[in-house]
Design a protein around this ligand. Structure first.
Ligand code: PLP
Length: 360
């Protein structure tokens, strides 16, 4: 893997029209440029470049289409009031991408080079970072296996890309609780499976349960462990926290849960605030019992897209647990305000989480 690490840059000649930043959805429009880097055996990762955003052409036999050998990441860039551009713990995303790579037999990327490419890309397309309250630029790094081969074995060729999309506020009318159904039939993953990796297959496996819950009026499902359907794991694309009798509990990383960067940040923040917090195995029965005793005080999910998503109702075994009268709890609100405040530069960052993107 020679020293060929200079990022080649090819500017677009036709800048796209910007969407209405007051009316953005999630992941529907993309910026002017993208980062691309290829891998093949012998050369390793090579030719890092930033090029105009465009479709790519792949052989129909590419491994990714058949066997799903792929990984991805998700993070955001924010524009502060004083016009700075901030990324939130981006080095964590590239570390996690490499640990997902390990699980999927994909060769490691150079994390420093990926971060350099990302910073360049964000700087170049900075006009796409929306400034309306609650909006941000969503960043999607991902790797696909591109060898044309129908045999089942790790691909000998890959493509790493970073694309970016301006996204609206997750909450149009302020932070609002969601209704979640506890999944009792399907499993997303099991211990020993690919749950600890951010890979497409976990999402493909989740769609059916999600669809059924949606038909019943629930926005997401809460996954239990795949073996006993007893211990709480996580929600669709979020980790989960319960405040029970003054203590915050989140499921420990048991080998099938994705280790969220937001989760990690919240744990640090709660320790900093001296709020009692524990990572441990927690069963759905324990949660229902706490609910019946009036001790289930707050429930919230955590992930890059929503940052914090309060849960107002949990459906389990036909029982509806209404949490905090279906309203957002005090601690949930404090965490939301603090984490988003640090992310968009409104609040001092005592943890050194944010990274400013500057011209180099
Ligand atoms: C990405 C993801 C999360 C949240 O991770 P963050 O780093 O906080 O965005 C949680 N669960 C799953 C399954 C995920 O894919």
């Amino acid at each position: 893997m020679g020293g060929h690490k200079t990022i080649d840059i090819q500017l677009t000649t036709t800048k796209k029209e910007k969407p209405d930043f007051h009316n953005l959805g999630f992941g529907k429009v993309f910026t002017d440029h993208m980062f691309v880097m290829d891998y093949n055996e012998g050369e390793g990762w090579h030719s890092p470049s930033i090029i105009p955003y465009q479709p790519i052409s792949l052989d129909p036999a590419s491994v990714v289409f058949h066997y799903g050998q792929t990984v991805f990441e998700g993070l955001k860039a924010y524009r502060t009031k004083d016009e700075k551009i901030l990324l939130f713990r981006p080095e964590k995303n590239f570390q996690r991408l490499n640990s997902s790579n390990d699980r999927l037999c994909i060769p490691h990327i150079d994390e420093e080079l990926a971060l350099e490419g990302l910073k360049k890309l964000v700087w170049m397309d900075q006009d796409w970072i929306p400034t309306v309250e609650g909006t941000s630029l969503y960043i999607r790094p991902f790797i696909i296996s591109t060898q044309p081969y129908l045999g089942v074995s790790p691909s000998s060729q890959y493509k790493f890309m970073i694309i970016m999309s301006p996204v609206g506020s997750y909450y149009k009318e302020g932070i609002a609780p969601v209704k979640i159904a506890v999944e009792q039939e399907f499993a997303r993953t099991v211990e020993g499976g690919t749950g600890t990796a951010k890979t497409g297959g976990n999402y493909a496996a989740s769609l059916k349960a999600q669809e059924i819950a949606g038909e019943k009026g629930y926005s997401q499902v809460l996954w239990l462990d795949g073996k006993e359907k007893k211990y709480v794991e996580e929600v669709g694309s979020m980790n989960i926290f319960f405040k029970i009798n003054g203590e915050v509990v989140t499921p420990s990383l048991n080998g099938s849960i994705l280790e969220g960067i937001t989760r990690n940040s919240i744990l640090q923040l709660l320790k900093h605030w001296n709020v009692p917090v524990s990572e441990r195995r927690i069963s759905i029965d324990e949660i229902y019992e706490a609910y019946q005793k009036g001790q289930l005080e707050e429930v919230f999910g955590s992930g890059t897209a929503a940052v914090i998503s309060p849960v107002g109702e949990l459906l389990w075994n036909g029982q509806k647990m209404i949490i905090n009268n279906g309203e957002t709890g005090k601690l949930t609100t404090d965490i939301y305000n603090t984490v988003t405040g640090i992310q968009n530069g409104k609040i001092e960052d005592p943890f050194n989480w944010v990274l400013e993107v500057k011209e180099d």
